[in-house]
Design a protein around this ligand. Sequence first.
Ligand SMILES: Cc1cc2nc3c(=O)[nH]c(=O)nc-3n(C[C@H](O)[C@H](O)[C@H](O)COP(=O)(O)OP(=O)(O)OC[C@H]3O[C@@H](n4cnc5c(N)ncnc54)[C@H](O)[C@@H]3O)c2cc1C
Length: 306
Amino acid sequence: MTAVFRRLILLAAGNRFVSGFVRRYGMRLGASRFISGETLDAAVPAIRRLNDAGLKANTTLLGEGLHDTAAVQRVADAYAGILDRIAAERLTCNVALKLTHLGLNLGEDVAYGHLARLLRHAATHGNCIRIDMEESARVNATLRIYRRARADGFDNVGTVLQSYLYRAGDDLTALLPLAPNLRLVKGAYLEPPEIAYPKKADVDRNYVTLAERMLQSCGYSAIATHDERIIEHVIAFANTKGIGNDRFEFQMLYGIRPQLQLDLVRHGYRVLVAAPFGPEWYPFFMRRLAERPANVLFVLRNLVRG
Ligand SMILES: Cc1cc2nc3c(=O)[nH]c(=O)nc-3n(C[C@H](O)[C@H](O)[C@H](O)COP(=O)(O)OP(=O)(O)OC[C@H]3O[C@@H](n4cnc5c(N)ncnc54)[C@H](O)[C@@H]3O)c2cc1C
């Protein structure tokens, strides 16, 4: 049932009418709950509040799928400015970005050129960048670019594996010699059963298998989930295997399970909250709706209330 719902929302996200309507009214109807602001000026105090509560953060200028050279350049320049601002504000915050926002549609060399410049810039501030994982069609290019960055000597870069993909276990095996910094997620895109587990139970099971492997062999692991059962399992597993709290962190999204985030910090765990910002929030918001039927009810209730 959840899988069908998820599919329907992700399919609807591509519809012109749905897109027009949600883009127009979405911020008032609930999108504002999931983003730290429409501007960097608005995001900074939100990130500071997270830091003040003991939470680490990352931020993302929302957007993806660019095809225009000038627009990509503007995004790359904006990210350089974001890194400067994080440093100037002394925030505990790194950056997560999507390669299709940084020119992947114009070629791997274009995206890599911008990424390498930003990694150098981040390093001058002692900061790091994580490359988000997008649709399955982007996985090979994303992992190639991650490897290229590592081969060029950047160690302030991480990327992401998605447990819904059958290939994730093999990708992990191939990356392990690099002692990578990896974030593990379940996966947020619409993928066919030929390449991704259609059943949530299988996605969850694979998540646990991958998390256990990562905890034992990655340089650093980011366990990105709001799934309490999995979080409890990870804590118990780390305790049993003697894996210190400094070898991994939990990651959650801004506006989702805030009390759980604080409870984990209180118990001595590192928690990072992904706090994206920007006016291009539509695809991000639709993925959040697809994750949870209750979010759509929330939007509909706001719609009825006007
Ligand atoms: C820090 C972070 C970074 C991510 N980066 C990527 C990425 O690079 N690529 C990618 O494909 N995906 C990414 N995701 C999204 C991820 O793939 C999942 O779609 C998302 O995390 C929901 O799955 P879950 O693990 O929380 O488990 P689920 O089983 O979906 O949810 C478990 C519980 O968490 C709560 N919950 C989950 N989602 C929501 C929501 N939207 N609203 C309210 N409550 C919710 C509910 O209580 C739910 O019962 C990221 C997620 C996080 C937390």
